[in-house]
Design a binder for this molecule. Sequence first.
Ligand SMILES: Cc1ncc(COP(=O)(O)O)c(C=O)c1O
Length: 390
Amino acid sequence: MARLAVATTALCAHALAPTPLRTRRTTVKMTATVAPPSLEVGAQNLDWPNIGFEYRPTRSFVHYRYRDGEWDGGALEPAGLDATVPVSIGATALHYGQSLFEGLKAFACKDGSVRLFRPTANAARMARGAARTLMEAPDEALFVEACARVVRENLDYVPPYGSGGALYVRPLLYGAGPRIGLQPSDAYDFLVLATPVGDYYKGGLGKPVKACVVEEYDRAAPRGVGSVKLAGNYAPDLKPNTEAKQSGYPIGLYLDAGSRTYVEEFSTSNFVGICGETGKYVTPQSDAILPSITNDSLMKLAERSGMTTERRPVAFDEIAAGKFSEVAACGTAVVLTPVGSIARGGDEFQLQHHTEPGPTCLDLYTRLTDIQRGDAPDEDGWTHVVVPPS
Ligand SMILES: Cc1ncc(COP(=O)(O)O)c(C=O)c1O
């Protein structure tokens, strides 16, 4: 406990510093990532196997500001359920939804290291979203360092190896400057917060969940912004999502808004279909889908094990015709969650593997999580070491 008190004092001193150091964007480097000696993985001693997927405050978050054409060096600020940031009443984030977020995880590994999974891919996705919405994005080095920094400063909140948990890292970029006419802001804030999470579904892969097609609403328009992680894509999903849950379906599946013929994605995860007969991994192709980093990783692992992968339009009729022996939702939070049945218009289409995860999902899930937790070689260089092996 005493050691944590030291860390907290240091944090407050930093947070109260009047003007954060100004650093040109180009000078922010991928730093050697050394953990403060006072913090140890898991030292918060939460009930790790049972923390679930809830927001739990940690000690600190990092806050960078883009002003007068450059990013500052960022400051650590106290995090907590009541933590706030000052926001202009005219901020474009509030009025026009100029706000993007990301989600990635840091894992404690067997060798004592702590690693972020594919942070450069999240940096690239945020940059694409920023280009679409005329926001100033942190460059890759700044993005990755900000994520590593929040992990290092909250190491004691990282669930220990073997607990099944991870530190979920949530970068957020928003227009902070006031505008009354519709124009992009000239000031941006970039925050990275973190929260320890357990398995989305208890026991990891869990039991297959029931999905239903969202009939009354669409998620993303053709030529719209479904492919970027814009905050405004998510508020419209709250009602359909809540209604689906109330009707007994934990996951809603969206179809294409143009023809309502093709599968797009689940509320917060991509759709994966496995054809048992041919051993194919199939995932929908559409400009309205968020390109999932988990899906990309699973596809590479599937290919490595000799499976054929297809990214192509997937007609809902293929599900109805029983073409897929396994269907799953994939994403950072849900990892790879098997779907047991999909309801549409009074029909319920049951997958062959509807009581237990299918063999392909099981295999892919294990191979992905083994890499994330350092139990299998990271052949693609996906993991970014934040704390070196002990
Ligand atoms: C709409 C949507 N699709 C898919 C995903 C999965 O993406 P990732 O695997 O990068 O977490 C997410 C989560 O970020 C999402 O919000």
